[in-house]
Design a binder for this molecule. Structure first.
Ligand code: G3H
Ligand code: 13P
Ligand code: ZN
Length: 349
């Protein structure tokens, strides 16, 4: 199966009332872990690469590895997504490579650190939407700013400094025509999201519900959605790691989000923790081992387990065969005719 439009995956998820995990990758083992989990649970899936991932693995390696996954598993709808594009040029290069979806994160300036103004965000996102939709490619935008910093990307802070304003979200959707919208509701990237199990004072699910009610036709995206389970933290610390105790986003809150318009759920940190724990265990218990396969295989299996669990929890499990993937050319037509227009003033139920 060729790579699929992310818009199709999200439209189908909206019809079915489930969410789709978007998992970050940097190398072959992570791609294999995700695809193995998708095959195991019969799930459609979004595989995403950050700018850092594209640089680390080199564009063509990563692109062809993801393409290989879709060739080997034609039964699994796979969308290939640029995570946190920082500029028009980054998104354009992903589209030219063959990504079927891009995120233009215009909530930050192109340094990936400084919060941008609303007008700057609208302008750059609109430009990306025009380029992408003419090629049948899906666009995710972001309004409000997440907390934390990952690999140099992010404004830092707790995640509560720039939560999304619902009026701005509506205006942003109207002026840009994005297919999906990431909103800031108090979450952060990375392992250190909350210092205790989050309640409504730090994780603003009420705000998410408010935005969904105002924008029922825009697919919402939850970034920073790792749950940072204690058992994964414990394995790392048990085998010599040094993680401070921390809390992520409880799965039941993500499920509440999915009931209220969240269709894409971004997870990276949980998989990083799972792989690192498995590798540390081999190093600690079998110090005589030196073949990378001896620790990468358990790492891949540990990540598969986490991804399969999330796929079941997000509800995408069992939905891989529900629909026939449409050619990207169908999306070029759909955007051009207005049939796929999500702007609140024109979108219909
Ligand atoms: O949004 C951040 C993702 O976790 C990717 O992080 O930039 O370190 O690859 P990265
Ligand atoms: P986590 O750090 O919570 O896994 O978030 C990943 C993410 O939002 C990638 O865009
Ligand atoms: Zn993110």
């Amino acid at each position: 199966m060729p790579l699929v439009s992310m818009r199709q995956l999200l439209d189908e998820a909206a019809k079915g009332g489930y969410g789709v995990g978007a998992f970050n990758v940097n190398n072959m083992e992570q791609i294999q872990a995700i695809v193995a989990a998708a095959v195991e649970t019969k799930s459609p899936v979004i595989i995403q690469a950050s700018r850092g991932a594209r640089k680390y693995a080199e564009d063509r390696y990563l692109f062809h590895l993801i393409l290989a996954a879709s060739e080997l598993h034609p039964e699994i709808p796979i969308a290939m997504h640029q995570d946190h594009g920082n500029s028009y040029e980054t998104c354009k290069s992903a589209i030219e490579l063959g990504y079927t979806s891009v995120m233009m994160d215009g909530s930050l300036k192109d340094d990936g650190k400084t919060p941008a103004t609303f007008e700057e965000n609208v302008a750059v996102t609109k430009k990306v939407v025009e380029f992408a939709h003419a090629r049948g490619v899906t666009v995710e935008g972001e309004i409000g700013v997440l907390g934390g910093v990952e690999d140099g990307h992010g404004a830092g802070g707790t995640g509560l400094e720039h939560v999304t304003d619902p009026d701005q979200a509506v205006e942003f959707a109207e002026r840009t025509g994005v297919d999906a919208l990431a909103i800031a509701i108090g979450t952060s990237h990375g392992a250190y999201k909350f210092t205790k199990k989050p309640d409504g004072s730090v994780l603003k699910m009420d705000l998410l519900i408010k935005i969904h009610n105002r924008l029922p036709h825009t697919h919402l995206v939850m970034h920073g959605s790792s749950s940072v389970p204690k058992d994964l933290q414990d394995i790392i610390n048990q085998y010599g790691g040094k993680l401070r105790q921390t809390w992520g986003v409880p799965v039941e809150e993500i499920q509440l989000g999915i009931k209220n318009g969240v269709r894409k759920v971004n997870v990276d940190t949980d998989n990083r923790l799972a792989m690192t724990g498995a590798i540390r265990k081999v190093f600690a218990e079998q110090p005589e081992k030196f073949d990378p396969r001896d620790y990468l295989k358990p790492a891949r299996e540990a990540m598969q387990k986490v991804v399969a669990l999330r796929m079941t929890q997000f509800g995408q499990a069992g939905h891989a065969g529900d629909y026939k993937p449409l050619a990207i050319t169908e999306f070029i037509k759909g955007y051009a005719s207005g049939a796929l227009d999500t702007r609140p003033s024109v979108a219909k139920k």
